[in-house]
Design a protein around this ligand. Structure first.
Ligand SMILES: [Mg+2]
Length: 133
């Protein structure tokens, strides 16, 4: 489903319940954080360190529900703040690709400004002696 269609449905859901009046950008930004916290809580005190699927179908369903809550709040926030989320994501990915050129940072988990050759220009070069994290 397209972001614009999801946004339309999220907006309609709130309007049908007269909840839009509570949806200031501040409240929605806080709601994004609260829902992200609920998502994190599902991983708290677990041994689940795997990069793949959560360990059970029930757990995966709960993670999906909380991920949806985060997305719903984020769509609401961007709608109310006049942000084109699709454009914002595309723009951010373009800038991230400049900070983290795949052929230079592949397999390394450093922040862009932790590479010794970082010069603040938006381009990153990976030195040979950098420890992986
Ligand atoms: Mg939730």
């Amino acid at each position: 489903m397209e972001i614009s269609e999801l946004t339309r449905r999220v907006r309609a859901f709130a309007e049908e319940r007269d909840w839009a009046r509570y949806h200031s950008p501040k409240n929605l930004a806080m709601a994004v954080s609260v829902e992200a916290g609920e998502l994190l809580e599902l991983f708290l005190w677990t041994d689940d360190q795997s990069p793949g699927q959560p360990t059970s179908p029930e757990r995966a369903a709960r993670v999906a529900d909380e991920a949806a809550d985060v997305m719903i709040c984020l769509l609401n926030l961007c709608d109310r703040a006049g942000i084109d989320l699709g454009q914002a994501v595309a723009s951010k990915l373009e800038r991230a690709a400049l900070k983290y050129p795949a052929h230079l940072v592949r397999g390394r988990a450093l922040k862009y400004d932790e590479y010794p050759s970082w010069d603040g220009s938006g381009h990153t070069a990976v030195p040979d002696d950098t420890e992986d994290r």
